[in-house]
Design a protein around this ligand. Structure first.
Ligand code: ANZ
Ligand code: ZN
Length: 820
């Protein structure tokens, strides 16, 4: 009886050997082809590593090991995205300084990570909260500043009253709540730092066609960038020299404008409001300031608005239409004002109904159907222009362009492109982040900190880091008071810190030069090692991190630092793991931690189980019963290997054709599955192969086993299982006498020609007389042949009622059933 896999000894044994030999330390100068496999780095918010993280990390590692065995020089780093709100909130809750609590969490998680059996190159670990790292985050800020891509402005922003900080648009959920704490986000106007990501809108769109990302993710980015091609139109104002510019995608509806709408924040609101309307308008503007953009633009929201008392003049018809204010118009999109066409825009239609404004049809369906009578909703399709003077009969697309041309000739408008993407707000009124490397001098104004003076250290002592609505750094005088780098006079440091998404926007570069003290990254290494070949992480980052990283990479490119301009060539997302069908969540108390399971079953079983649980990109359901099944499988492999690894390699014997065939078929299937991240189906194939090996060895006496073939089958199985079960396979690999790591072996190949089942015709006799011919697989074991022969209908007809004395078999040729 052979014992089960002694993982308690074997797991730490191999982890130690790998570490001592520097197995996972990537040699950047190796002549092998490079492969940069990156998984989104860990966010140490106070929670331990749970199975959701591991699912990601293991998938990445299995794929990377698979590629390593294909001869790639694999780089698989790991680090900590250690600044930011969750880490800081955790510290506040515990009453510990964030520097201390974050350090403790990082240490804890690093130890958990080291048990996972992944190929992390720990020599290149990064921690974004350490000065050696954030010095370079500040340097990134300065590069953007130098290029005019970092600027300050007063602007209405998302403010979370609970976290007491500004949030980027990407951090506000679609229901208007804070993604961190779930509280309702409000609007507040403040002076903030922004990165001008909008300058890159077109290139961020264009680049999507050059990378292999899930179509869903590129679609999300496209929509978020929201390129919109249309017309800007200038309206005159009755009795005033002011003009009102609007943006529209439907210039073909210009003759249907029956009123105009300004956003409550529009600069003309005060000027255009007449005496009689003042009070009403002021009340409305005040109320609008409290609603978030998401609430304001919700389609099902009841329309509200007020009349300013002024009128605009339609540049083509000369008609005068009333100017209203309504909060569904967003100050920061287009020009912050719209021409309203209630017959052809649903929002305008509802608004017109509510306030009794006229509705005029200027577009009809191409077949000319008249639909004004009892109109229930706006007709928003493209059609043909009607009631539009000289433009009647123009079809939609030609129509809006013709109207625009006309406006151009009158100098009352032009073609215009707008993006829904906004500049990235990066300043946070919080303590736990990289200080913004800017000094404010009374004489010189805004002065960047010279690169040689970086890092601007985050003061550790004597800072009351609890959120108060203004940055905690503002009250730390030793930090705030400084001298101006330009004139040497007294000056104050910027009191805000940077959004953590700035830290994570460039970490993929830092890994490559993690210990370089004198530069953020080495350009030559980056050009050789990037883009990242495979990036793995959550789709929830589609509008945030994945966009920011692309932006920053493009800026580096434009600054002449790198030759490429996309950071992540290939991307995949993990699915979601549930626990008995329920979403894993801390508040449900059903989050699975890997540690207790690795204690009970060993790392290899849990690695394999998580991959078997479901399709990596679709998700899976965790169950303890499922683990038991994989535990049986892994131990079956171990026991079989231990039992047959010593069969003399030169022992002649009979070999089973099906084993040979399944071996090749398994290698083929596993290879194809791993290439496409189908980790679960590959496990099933390896189980089938293992079953067939048992079948063969159960049927064949040990001294008749084919030594060389047994060894070949064993080595093949170990090599394809190694990415899943690295500890077990290393151990067996060394036990069968191989001096080097199994991961230095090449991935097994397969022979297509063996995959087809070869059949032979077996002649079947009863008492020496031919009764049947059967097509059966070649090399079928004796017992199987007997079953098939006796089951033949023709044989059955003759032997019924008689006794079978014996069956004589000439392999692959003839069977003679002897009856009496
Ligand atoms: C007149 C019109 C007539 C419009 C019609 C639509 C249909 P996208 O595709 O998103 O760019 N709009 C412009 N600026 C706005 C703002 N700041 N806040 C809210 N809405 C605004 O949409 C462009 C359309 O959104 C514009 O075209 C404008 O309404 C509205 F039959 O103008 B349209
Ligand atoms: Zn100065």
């Amino acid at each position: 009886m052979i014992d089960n896999f002694p993982f308690k000894d074997i797991d730490p044994k191999w982890q130690k050997i790998w570490e001592e030999k520097g197995e996972h330390h990537t040699d950047f100068d190796s002549s092998k082809p490079k492969l940069y496999c990156l998984v989104m780095f860990n966010y140490p918010s106070g929670d331990k590593l749970h199975i959701g993280h591991c699912w990601n990390y293991w998938a990445a590692d299995i794929w990377a090991r698979f590629k390593k065995m294909h001869g790639f020089n694999v780089f698989e780093p790991m680090g900590f995205d250690a600044f930011g709100l969750p880490a800081e909130n955790y510290a506040i809750k515990k009453g510990i300084h964030p520097a201390i609590s974050t350090h403790e969490n990082v240490t804890f998680i690093r130890n958990q990570l080291k048990r996972l059996g992944c190929m992390y190159d720990w020599q290149r670990e990064v921690d974004s909260s350490q000065p050696e790292y954030y010095k370079w985050t500040q340097w990134v800020f300065l590069q953007l500043y130098k290029r005019g891509l970092a600027y300050q402005k007063d602007s209405p922003l998302n403010w979370c009253p609970d976290c007491m900080t500004v949030l980027a648009n990407e951090q506000v959920l679609s229901d208007g709540t804070c993604e961190r704490c779930g509280n309702l986000v409000v609007q507040r106007s403040m002076k903030q730092w922004f990165f001008k990501i909008t300058d890159y809108a077109d290139r961020l769109l264009e680049g999507l066609d050059r990378i292999q990302w899930p179509p869903n993710t590129t679609a999300i980015q496209k929509e978020w960038i929201g390129k919109s091609v249309g017309t800007s139109i200038v309206f005159g104002i009755k009795g005033s020299s002011e003009t009102l510019e609007i943006f529209t995608t439907r210039a073909d509806t210009l003759f249907g404008v029956t009123y105009m709408v300004l956003s409550p924040e529009h600069p003309l609101v005060e000027k255009l409001t007449t005496q009689g309307q003042k009070e009403q308008v002021q009340a409305y503007v005040d109320a609008a300031a409290h609603a978030t953009e998401i609430e304001r633009t919700a389609i099902d929201r009841e329309k509200t608005g007020v009349f300013t008392g002024s009128y605009a003049i339609n540049p083509l018809s000369g008609e005068e239409v009333p100017i209203w204010i309504a909060d569904f118009v967003i100050a920061t999109y287009g020009t912050g004002a719209v021409m309203a066409v209630p017959a052809h825009d649903q929002r305008d239609f509802e608004f017109a109904h509510r306030f009794g404004l006229p509705i005029r049809v200027v577009i009809r369906p191409p077949d000319g159907t008249v639909f004004e009578e009892g109109m229930q909703k706006a007709y928003t399709e493209y059609g043909v222009m009607v009631n539009s003077a000289d433009f009647d009969g123009y079809p939609g697309d030609a129509g809006w362009k013709a109207v625009t041309e006309k406006l151009i000739s009158m100098k009352m408008g032009g073609f215009s492109v707008n993006y829904h993407l906004r500049d990235w707000s990066i300043s946070r009124q919080r303590y736990w982040g990289a200080p913004i490397p800017i000094v404010h001098c009374e004489k010189c104004g805004v002065v960047p900190v010279p690169e040689k003076d970086l890092p601007v250290l985050l003061p550790k002592e004597d800072v009351d880091f609890r959120p108060k609505g203004q940055s905690p750094l503002a009250t730390c005088m030793e930090f705030i008071n400084t001298t101006c780098p330009s004139c040497g006079g007294p000056a104050k440091r910027d009191q805000d810190t940077m959004d953590t998404f700035v830290c994570s926007s460039w970490y993929q570069f830092r890994y490559l030069s993690a210990r370089y003290p004198d530069r953020a990254f080495d350009s030559e290494i980056a050009n050789r090692w990037m883009p990242v070949d495979q990036y793995i992480g959550g789709i929830e980052h589609a509008r945030g991190h994945l966009l920011y990283s692309r932006f920053v990479t493009k800026v580096f490119h434009d600054a002449g630092l790198i030759a490429f301009d996309e950071p992540f060539q290939r991307l995949i997302h993990q699915g979601i793991i549930t626990n008995k069908g329920e979403k894993m969540a801390k508040r449900r108390g059903n989050v699975v931690l890997p540690d207790e399971y690795m204690d009970k079953y060993g790392t290899d079983v849990i690695r394999t189980y998580t991959m078997f649980m479901g399709d990596f990109q679709q998700g899976g359901d965790w169950s303890d019963e499922g683990i038991a099944g994989i535990d049986r499988f892994v131990n079956r492999v171990w026991r079989w290997a231990m039992q047959y690894k010593d069969v003399p390699i030169d022992q002649p014997g009979t070999f089973s054709e099906p084993v040979h065939r399944i071996q090749h078929a398994t290698v083929k299937a596993v290879t194809e599955d791993l290439e496409r991240f189908h980790f679960n189906t590959a496990v099933s194939r390896m189980m089938e192969f293992t079953n067939e090996l048992y079948h063969y060895t159960n049927e064949t006496p040990r001294d008749q086993l084919h030594g060389a073939k047994i060894r070949e089958a064993l080595e093949t199985l170990l090599r394809i299982l190694a990415p899943y079960c690295p500890h077990l396979c290393e151990e067996l690999w060394s036990q069968i006498g191989n001096p080097n790591s199994i991961f230095h072996q090449s991935w097994p190949s397969y022979d297509e020609s063996t995959l087809a089942v070869r059949t032979i015709t077996m002649v079947v006799q009863v008492n020496g007389k031919v009764r049947d011919r059967l097509e059966i697989p070649a090399g079928l074991p004796q017992t199987e042949v007997e079953k098939v022969v006796v089951a033949s209908e023709k044989v059955q007809n003759i032997i019924r009622g008689k006794t079978v004395r014996k069956i004589v078999i000439v392999p692959d040729k003839l069977a003679n059933v002897v009856v009496s």
